[in-house]
Structure formats: C-alpha cells, structure tokens
Design a protein around this ligand. Structure first.
Ligand code: PGA
Length: 250
C-alpha cells in the first residue's frame, strides 16, 4: 500500500509568536497535510490562522489532565488551543529531562484519550549502535512505550525512528540503513499488533534530513515520512522539503 508521505517539522525551543506567524503565512498552498510541532506559546496564535491542511502540534505534554504539576501542560490544554498532535519521547526529552518509557507510555495514553495524535520517538545512541544493540534498544523502547495500547489506537499513531547520533549532527543515517531498521520495526509491530496495524501505522525517519537527502529516504518502502528539526526552521527550506514530496505545486 502506498501512503501519502508526511513531513513533520520540529521547531524545538525556537521561534516567538511573530516569527511563527510570518513563517506559516509564507507557506504556499498545501496539497495534503503538513505538520509543524511548535513551542507551546505560539500554538494558539498559529491555529487561529486556520491555514488549510497545516496541522499544528506540540513537542511534549504531561500525562495527567490537570493537577498540581507546576509548570506543566496537559493534553487537554493543548486540544483546547487547537493542537492536533504531539511529539512524545524525543531523545532530547529522554536525555535532558530523564523521561522513561513508562512515563512516555502514560503520556501516549493521555494523548489518545484527548484526541491528540502521538508521534512516539525512539532511537539508539552511537554507543548502542557500535555495540550492536540497536534492535534490542528499539524493541525495548517500542514495547514499553506502547504497553497496553490497543491496535485501533496504534493504527492512527506515528512512530519516528531517530538515531540519536543523527540528530542535529548533519550526519544522517543512510537511507538503506534507515530502511533496514524501519523494516525491523514494522516486523515487530506486526508480531505484537498484527498486519493491519503494521501496514497503517506511520513510521517516520528523523535525523539530519535536508533537501539534499529527503528524496532518498522517502522512496524507501518502509519510510512513510520524515521528522525534521533544523531544516524546518526556515520557511524556504521547509517549503523545499514539501515540494520534493509533492505537497506543494512546483
Ligand atoms: P534534525 O532534528 O533534523 O535537526 O537532525 C531532528 C529531530 O530532532 O527531530
């Protein structure tokens, strides 16, 4: 089955409200949905623009709907201001904020009940790859983060395979290496949740995607799209990525 390729931008801790609005207003008309995960503070203003086929999302959230968690934001709050999806378990959150698979699992469950599409990020470090532990690490991240998630929910989710050593380094995996890993991930999903989920679920690749390499990645049979950090920060380069995957008329 061929799927529409998805491009998801991840702005991380970049852009104020004014910069966000100029960026999204400068995008050419979209032919299918494009995704931008932006800072919490700009979500309401971005959604209020109602740009057709532009889905705005967040980069994290708490796993409870409300309560005494100073400084936190819940999925319900994100839905309330128009967010449609949320990135969960990004390696920067796992590394700098000690997020565990168990916590990420609870967040995914909360995102699903609030109707936010979760994008679960997984990925091995350079050391783990060198020690031939890649598949073991990914299997653990995947099965613990997706513990007790029903097939019907999983079908609608996205998983982003982001090797930690490829994030923000300008040194992506090769498309063939990523394809091999995506194939293994889909096999794992098939074993645990069955063929329908394995076919429908989106598996994105992330890590140093640029206009020069995106085409190689998205032509691989098991790569359904990309999660892009650096190259999504500039509207011209984000537009170029969308053009290459056919999301904008050339
Ligand atoms: P990068 O970031 O494209 O700048 O490597 C990807 C990500 O962290 O999601």
């Amino acid at each position: 089955m061929s799927k529409e390729i998805r491009v998801v931008g991840n702005w991380k801790m970049n852009k104020k409200v004014g910069e966000t609005l100029s960026f999204i207003q400068s995008l050419p008309p979209l032919l299918k949905v494009a995704y931008l995960a932006i800072p919490y503070t700009a979500i309401y203003a971005a959604c209020a623009q109602k740009i057709p086929l532009l889905a705005i999302g967040a980069q994290n959230m708490h796993d409870d709907p409300f309560g005494p968690y100073t400084g936190e934001i819940s999925g319900e709050m994100l839905r309330d201001i128009g967010a449609e999806f949320v990135i969960l378990g990004h390696s920067e959150r796992r590394h700098y904020f000690n997020e565990t698979n168990d916590f990420i699992n609870r967040k995914i469950k909360h995102a699903l009940v609030t109707n936010l599409v979760p994008i679960l990020c997984i990925g091995e470090t350079a050391l783990e790859r060198d020690n031939n532990q890649t598949l073991e690490v990914l299997t653990k991240q995947l099965s613990e983060s997706l513990f007790e998630i029903e097939s019907a929910h999983l079908e609608a989710m996205m998983i982003a395979y982001e090797p930690v050593w490829a994030i923000g380094t300008g040194k992506p995996a090769t498309a063939q290496m990523a394809q091999k890993t995506h194939f293994e991930l889909r096999k794992l999903i098939n074993q645990q949740w069955g063929p329908q989920v394995a076919e429908k679920i989106y598996i994105l690749y992330g890590g140093s995607i640029s206009a020069d390499n995106i085409a190689d990645f998205v032509k691989q049979p098991d790569i359904d799209g990309v999660l892009v950090g650096g190259a999504s920060l500039n509207s011209a380069s984000f537009t170029q990525l969308l053009q290459i995957v056919g999301n904008i008329k050339t």
